[in-house]
Design a protein around this ligand. Structure first.
Ligand code: GLU
Length: 291
């Protein structure tokens, strides 16, 4: 019975129209050097173009600005100081967009860049403008590519002045534009009862209906990526924002980006967090730490 229910839960993913896809730095870079994985980016772009070809609207939230900047500047290590991080992001975001623009243009698609800060989202007028811009870009048939404006918004203390990671950012974007599906491509299959790299007994969780304190405790067993920022806890926070605002969310392994099509085909891939619109959830209050 449970099985049947699960299949049905996945079936409805076929009818999603507005999809936000988040890909992290660890999925966009080579493990050995942390340089940009261009073949991977090409496959990602091709898959997004096909999803668009199926009549869906797609917004891409892409990390990788700092990694691309580090590579462009010939640095081996991650940036040390805040100013260095911001400088890497300034160089890298332009590089990242140059690659995306080129790849999307090969498939006759137009990419657009949207850089957000937490401030933009909290302030009514700028949030309203951002929302209108997204609507217009989607109406024009473009693929908005979103990142945090790291050049101005990276901070010593993440989450106070910044989103801190693109997991939360992508959920905020999904809530802002009323997306009906958010897909987080990560370096892990989905949610486990414990860290599967440390505990072979860890159980895979295919569907989550409610994000409760037990689940958040599980999230403490984070994925140990050395390039990106968001661990499992950040992904669960993203799931809370998404599902409370009425968006289904799937976390899946971004190793093979074809998984995007499989998720949208309703196949059992990754962990599905089912939306349950919570009328008490107020995104702005959440962002202002009053929630
Ligand atoms: N905004 C950062 C970047 O593009 C990444 C943040 C994250 O990976 O969550 O480099």
């Amino acid at each position: 019975m449970e099985k049947q229910g699960e299949v049905k839960e996945r079936e409805h993913l076929k009818h999603k129209k507005r999809i936000v896809i988040k890909i992290g730095s660890s999925s966009l870079t080579h493990k050995e050097t942390h340089d940009m994985n261009l073949a991977k980016m090409e496959k990602l772009v091709r898959n997004i173009c096909d999803i668009k070809g199926r009549g869906k609207e797609v917004v891409l939230v892409s990390s990788g600005a700092i990694a691309a900047g580090r590579q462009a500047l010939g640095h081996k290590d991650r940036p040390g100081s805040l100013a260095e991080k911001q400088a890497f992001a300034a160089v890298g975001q332009a590089r990242l967009m140059m690659v995306y623009q080129k790849l999307f243009a090969e498939y006759n698609q137009t990419a657009a860049q949207i850089l957000l800060t937490k401030h933009t989202m909290i302030q009514d007028s700028s949030r309203y403008n951002a929302q209108n811009t997204f609507e217009e870009l989607l109406k024009l048939g473009t693929i908005p590519i979103v990142n945090e404006n790291d050049t101005v918004s990276t901070a010593e203390i993440p989450y106070v002045d910044t989103f801190g990671d693109n997991d939360r950012l992508s959920a905020v974007v999904a809530a802002l534009i009323g997306a009906d599906l958010l897909i987080l491509l990560s370096d892990i299959e989905g949610l486990y009862s414990d860290d599967p790299r440390a505990n072979p007994e860890a159980r895979f969780i295919p569907v989550v209906r409610e994000i409760n304190s037990d689940l958040l405790a599980m999230g403490k067993a984070t994925s140990g990526s050395s390039v990106g920022t968001g661990g499992m806890l950040a992904k669960l926070e993203a799931a809370r924002i998404a599902t409370d605002s009425g968006t289904d969310m799937v976390i899946s392994n971004g190793e093979n980006v074809e998984v995007l099509q499989e998720i949208i085909d309703g196949q059992e891939k990754g962990t599905l967090f089912l939306a349950h619109k919570n009328l008490n959830f107020d995104l702005m209050r959440y962002l202002s730490y009053e929630y």
